[in-house]
Every structure is written in structure tokens, then in C-alpha cells.
Design a protein around this ligand. Structure first.
Ligand code: BDP
Length: 685
């Protein structure tokens, strides 16, 4: 399934007379993309790989050129001169491009081949409007240099987690039953989709590294190189999740102590071999001392010691180590409120700010807990000014409906990226971007698999697309990104009903994350999911287990007291103004009330309703909104590919069922605990 690159998305470029100037693998990709589109839509494409005579450009209407491809055709030279005047030389960077429409020619100019490829896909996105009125030159550059998807794919089928941990889209694109899947065409198509939304890096295996996955670093490196070869023409680098215990489990050493000379030598030699085989290898991803993975704590060393060991071996090759900050004790004592999982990442990492090597990227989950539908922004992001930080989001919908529910997540990510930890102009997006784009960037846990629609739920493709687009430009409006995705994925056809498709998808998806939030765990308290697989409601599922995910509901009230005054003190990890805002029962935003405070059921929210009545209202409303989604989808019957329509309809049936289950369980639970009836007398089972 071509997702957001169906042939018809190329109609505008494919009907043009195009000229491509420049050489290199990615320029070849640009040319091939155009050639394919032109073959379908009647255009032509000429290629001038090196310096050579410039024929008049009177007979072309689209030029894509590298600045180095001199002499440049006249309109391109003009755009180049304008860019230099406005922005100076080197202004487009490794992946940026300039776009202009001068006279009758649309010009894309880039300093590096990757920029040309991104420019081509931008023109595809614009469609006919790229060939209309005069424009530009506009300069387009990614806000973040690292825009990476982590695959939680296992090489071996894991007895509990299956082929893809938290995967809801079938099997892995890369692996099957312990071996490479052997489907390079599929991997190539995936790379193409990713490049078209701006992603430039992929980590090819699970962060939980089991025995077989560990060997990808050494004797099975060839499997990784094969993936890198297929993704390279789309400008996507491959990274690898490694186990910190590798020197022991692969190298046969007695220790993996990061300060041990033998260990350091082993990593240096191993990394050198990786680069011998994959010269543009991106680097390592590490989950250490977390949920059973080994790490530097075993040897009494810090996470800075551990991360820097790997960073040193990667530095000569300009590789990076993505070191995850998701470190906490998953064997907590649930009776002891002084331990608080939300505190863990800050407590572990903030004291080490400034101690990480420049090529360490500390990869921080966006919230302090674990990818819930609502959490505050992680305070770690504001606590480490001297560390390169990446923000990690979960594109795979583990806690947001598992790709059975419609839940467009870009509005949620956008809220996180726009959050201002100090209440001023500095946003989370700016922290991840760093100065001049040198920050750690945005990382997403991929939601794609070998499913014919790539993502299980066909509408979940929009999350993958939006992830890439927001990493490229976090200021984009999520509704506008959705609109792009709709336009590309369901391009207007001759007899299309396209307006109805567009309108209906917006009605269904724009607010779907908030709908999901309404019928699941209330007011930011999180979890309440079935243990293990995390799908569907189980209010007390994790309440008396050691995972640290509690709501503390009793007959009088609900919520986690994370204040300094009487609770875990977590609010103290925030800078002002949030430290005081979250601490204050009056000022704490309603949507996070139960994350920060334990309150009686009669506590009155800013909107005037009590907590208990809010729980009832939102759960009835959420389930009703899902029923409306289901009805809206029926309007599109006959307008879309029948297989896709049916797939979404089946998933909507399940979402209706599951939302009602959530509504009934949550409402019944709190009615029984509190004894307070619904003021509107609705049926609570
Ligand atoms: C949790 C998932 C678990 C992952 C973990 C992680 O349930 O499968 O291994 O995150 O991020 O949300 O490492």
C-alpha cells in the first residue's frame, strides 16, 4: 500500500518537463522518482550529472539542482544568488533546500543531495500550487538534525512480546522468525515514505536487546548492513540498539565495567568493525539499568560513565549514542508513597548534566511516566542545559488505543513541543533542536509493520507522517499536517467526493486524541489499563503491583500527591513558574490535576464541575463521540478503496465497544468507591 505516496500524489510533478542537475546516490533517487512520475503522467526528465553546457531552460518548468552543479541554469543561478545575499553561503545546510518560482520555472536548490530529495517531496506535497504564482526563494531547513524512528522489533519472535514489542501492525518490516525478512522492496518503500515526511534515521531493533538481537552488533552485522544499503538512497541512516553487557555476552570478557581497559578496547574494536562495514552508520541506542536491561549500575558506575564509553568509540566516526533516560525501579513498594516513579529520570540524570560527551544524546520520554495519553512534560528536559537532549514520543499507540482506536497524536506532541518549561520563549522543541539544529532531535517509537496498510489502522499512518513533519518543523499546525496527509494519501480524483473525504477525516481525527483521553483514565492520572498488554480498561490493574503506576483511589478521593508540601516532592523538579503552578491545587491545570494532587471527589474543577461529575461527564461524552466517529465513517462508503474502508470500519466497531467498556468500568468503579450518583441520572452499571 503506497500510503502517502500513491502515484496520483505525483500528478503535478509528473506532468512537467524536469531537469535534475548534480551527482550522487540521492540525486539519482530524485531523478528516478521523477522518471517514474513522468512515465505515468506524460512529463519528461533530463539529468545533467556534472558540469556541462547549459541548454536554454526555456523548455523546462521544474529544475532541481545542487549548488555545486555549475554552471547552473539561469533561473537556478538567480535563486542561488538571492539565497547567498539573504542568508550567506552554506545557508541551506546538509538537508535544507530553497524553493522558488521564477518566470515559468519552479526551482529547487540544495547544497547537498539530501536537500534535493527533501525539496522534491516538498514539491510533491504542494502539487499544482508549486507551479502557480511566483514565490520565494523560500529557505526550508529541518529544525532538528536528528529525526529518528526506533523500531521495537525483535529478530527472534519473543515468547510474550512477539515479533514487534508493542507492535500493532503485523510483523516486522526487517525481521521474521530470527532472520532478516528478506523483503528489501518493502524496506525500500518504507524508507521512501519516511524520507517523504522528513525522517532521516532508523534504529532497526528493540531497545530490549535479547540474545539474538545482541549479535547484530558482531557476527550478524551483515543483516544490519543490508538494511542500511536499502535505506541509504533515501537519506536514512541506520542505528542499532545494543546491550550494555555486550563485552560479556558477545566478547566473553568477565566484565562490562565501563572503566575497565579491556572493555574499552573491546568496544573500540567492535565499533571500528561496524564502520568498516557500514561507513555511514548512525550510532547506538541504549536502554540501560531499566526493566531488566543491564547497565553501568551493575559496576557501581554512573550513566555518564556508561554513555561516554560508547560515545568515545563512536566519536572518530561521527556516530552518536542515544542513551535513554527511561531508568526507574520497576520493583517499587506500592505502599510507600515516598518513592515515586515520576521522579526517577530526573533523580538519575539531572545531577550528571555537563558530564556527557558531546556525541551523547540523552533520549528523554516526553513525560515523566510512560507515554500516557496525558502527562506533564518531563522535568528532565529543563534540568540539563549542558546535555544534548532528544524528546522521545510513542508513535506506536501502546497506551493510546493500540491502532485499533482512531487517535491522531500530533496535537498531543505539538502541545509537548510548544511547552515552555520556564514560561518564556524557550520551548521543548527548541531544547530538542539545540542551537543551530545540533540538539538531540525528536525520536519516535515506530508504529509501522508488515501490515498491508503499514500501521494496522489505516488512519494511524497519519501519526507516522506527522511525526516526521513535526520533527522537521515543530511549529507546524497539527491540523494542517493532517490536511497534508489527507491530500497526499487520498488525492482528488476525477469523480472523487474528495471534499467530503477531507472534511470527514478532519471531523474524525482532529479531536480524536482528546476523545480518547475523555473515555480513558481521568484528569492525567494515567494507566488503569490491563496489565501486560495494556489494552482496554482495568482500573486497579496496576494498583497493587510494584510498577509505580498508581491512582490511590479510595472512598474519599483519588490522585497522586506529588507536591512538596505533603507528597512525593516531584513538583520541585520543575523550574518556575511550573513548580508553583503544579504545586498549587488552585492553579494546577485540570487535565493534570490527578497527576499532581490527591483530591476528594467533591473537589471543584476550574470548569465548575466536581471531580466525580467530571469523570462521569467525560466518560459518557467520550463514548458518544466514538459512536459519532463510527457514523461519520459510513458516509465515505464507496468513496475510498473498499479494503481500506472495511478495515477502518472494523476497527471503529472495536473502538465503539472498547470505549463503552472504558466508560462503564471507570464510571462504575468511581460510583462504587464514592457513592456519589451521576447528577444527570445516566445509567452506570
Ligand atoms: C514501555 C513498554 C515497554 C518498553 C518500555 C521502554 O511497555 O515494552 O520496553 O516502554 O520504553 O512503555 O523501554
Amino acid at each position: 500500500h503506497p500510503a502517502w505516496l500513491p502515484p496520483a500524489a505525483f500528478r503535478a510533478v509528473g506532468s512537467r518537463r524536469a531537469l535534475v542537475c548534480g551527482a550522487g546516490t540521492l540525486v539519482g533517487t530524485v531523478r528516478d522518482e521523477l522518471a517514474q512520475a513522468c512515465a505515468r503522467y506524460g512529463g519528461t526528465v533530463a539529468w545533467r550529472p556534472g558540469p556541462g553546457p547549459v541548454d536554454g531552460t526555456g523548455d523546462v518548468d521544474l529544475v532541481l539542482a545542487l549548488t555545486a552543479a555549475t554552471p547552473l541554469p539561469a533561473p537556478v543561478a538567480e535563486v542561488a544568488a538571492q539565497c547567498r545575499r539573504h542568508h550567506g553561503a552554506g545557508a541551506l545546510g546538509a538537508e535544507g533546500f530553497a524553493l522558488a518560482r521564477t518566470g515559468d520555472v519552479t526551482v529547487v536548490l540544495a547544497e547537498e543531495p539530501a536537500g534535493l530529495l527533501h525539496g522534491l517531496f516538498h514539491v510533491v506535497r504542494l502539487g499544482e500550487s508549486a507551479f502557480g504564482a511566483a514565490r520565494g526563494p523560500e529557505r526550508h531547513r529541518p529544525a532538528m538534525r536528528l529525526r529518528m524512528l526506533d523500531h521495537w522489533d525483535n529478530v527472534d519472535v519473543h515468547p510474550v512480546m512477539g515479533q514487534v514489542e508493542r507492535g500493532y501492525a503485523g510483523g516486522s518490516i526487517f525481521w521474521r522468525d530470527g532472520s532478516p525478512r528478506g523483503d528489501p522492496a518493502r524496506v525500500r518503500d518504507y524508507g521512501r515514505l519516511l524520507a517523504a515526511c522528513g525522517v532521516n534515521a532508523v534504529s532497526a531493533n528493540n531497545v530490549n536487546v535479547h540474545a539474538t538481537e545482541a549479535r547484530l552488533l558482531t557476527d550478524r552485522l551483515g543483516d544490519v548492513a543490508a538494511i542500511a544499503d536499502v535505506l541509504r538512497p533515501y537519506g536514512i541512516r541506520v542505528h542499532l540498539s545494543v546491550t550494555f553487557a555486550a563485552p560479556v555476552v558477545l566478547g566473553g570478557l568477565p566484565t562490562a565495567d565501563p572503566l575497565d581497559a579491556g572493555v574499552r578496547a573491546w568496544w573500540a574494536a567492535t565499533t571500528r568493525q561496524v564502520y568498516d562495514r557500514i561507513p555511514d552508520f548512525g550510532g547506538y541506542v541504549v536502554k540501560a539499568d531499566s526493566e531488566g536491561q543491564s547497565g553501568p549500575f551493575t559496576y557501581g558506575r554512573s550513566h555518564a560513565d556508561g554513555a561516554n564509553l560508547l560515545a568515545d568509540t563512536l566519536a572518530p566516526f561521527r556516530g552518536v549514542v542515544h542513551w535513554r533516560a527511561f531508568v526507574y525501579d520497576h520493583r517499587q513498594d506500592w505502599r510507600d508513597r515516598s518513592t515515586d516513579r515520576a521522579r526517577a529520570a530526573f533523580d538519575h540524570f539531572a545531577p550528571h548534566d555537563g558530564r556527557f560527551a558531546p556525541n551523547v544524546v540523552l533520549q528523554v520520554k516526553h513525560g515523566p511516566m510512560d507515554f500516557q495519553a496525558r502527562e506533564p512534560v518531563s522535568p528532565v528536559l529543563a534540568a540539563m542545559p549542558a546535555t544534548r537532549l532528544a524528546v522521545e514520543v510513542q508513535v506506536t499507540q501502546e497506551y493510546t488505543g493500540q491502532q485499533r482506536h482512531v487517535c491522531y497524536l500530533a496535537p498531543w506532541w505539538s502541545e509537548v513541543l510548544r511547552f515552555a518549561p520556564w514560561g518564556d520563549h524557550r520551548t521543548v522543541a527548541a531544547l530538542a533542536a539545540g542551537d543551530a539544529g545540533e540538539g538531540g532531535g525528536l525520536v519516535g517509537v515506530s508504529n509501522a509493520g508488515d501490515d498491508p496498510f503499514w500501521t494496522g489502522h489505516p488512519l494511524a499512518q497519519a501519526n507516522l507522517y506527522a511525526f516526521g513533519r513535526l520533527a522537521w518543523d515543530p511549529r507546524l499546525d497539527p491540523a494542517a499536517v493532517l490536511d497534508e496527509w489527507i491530500g497526499l494519501t487520498f488525492p482528488p480524483g476525477p469523480a472523487s467526493g474528495h471534499d467530503l473525504v477531507r472534511r470527514t477525516l478532519h471531523e474524525m481525527m482532529d479531536g480524536s486524541w482528546r476523545t480518547y483521553e475523555r473515555y480513558t483514565a481521568p484528569l492525567g492520572v494515567g494507566f488503569m489499563v490491563r496489565p501486560g498488554h495494556h489494552y482496554g480498561p482495568d482500573v486497579d490493574g496496576y494498583e497493587y503491583t510494584p510498577w509505580g503506576t498508581y491512582h490511590f483511589a479510595d472512598r474519599d478521593g483519588v490522585g497522586v500527591d506529588r507536591t512538596r508540601a505533603s507528597g512525593t516532592g516531584f513538583t520541585g523538579q520543575y523550574p518556575q513558574p511550573w513548580r508553583d503552578v503544579y504545586e498549587s491545587l488552585d492553579r494546577c491545570p485540570d487535565e493534570l490535576l490527578l497527576f499532581f494532587h490527591h483530591v476528594p471527589y467533591g473537589h471543584v474543577l476550574h470548569d465548575g464541575s466536581t471531580v466525580i461529575q467530571h469523570i462521569y461527564n467525560t466518560h459518557f461524552a467520550g463514548a458518544e463521540e466514538v459512536a459519532a466517529l463510527r457514523r461519520r465513517w459510513d458516509r465515505l462508503d464507496g468513496l475510498l478503496d473498499p479494503g481500506l474502508h472495511t478495515r477502518v470500519r472494523e476497527r471503529l466497531d472495536e473502538q465503539v465497544r472498547c470505549a463503552e467498556e472504558w466508560r462503564d468500568q471507570v464510571n462504575a468503579y468511581f460510583f462504587r468507591k464514592s457513592g456519589v450518583p451521576d447528577a444527570r441520572g445516566r445509567r452506570i452499571p
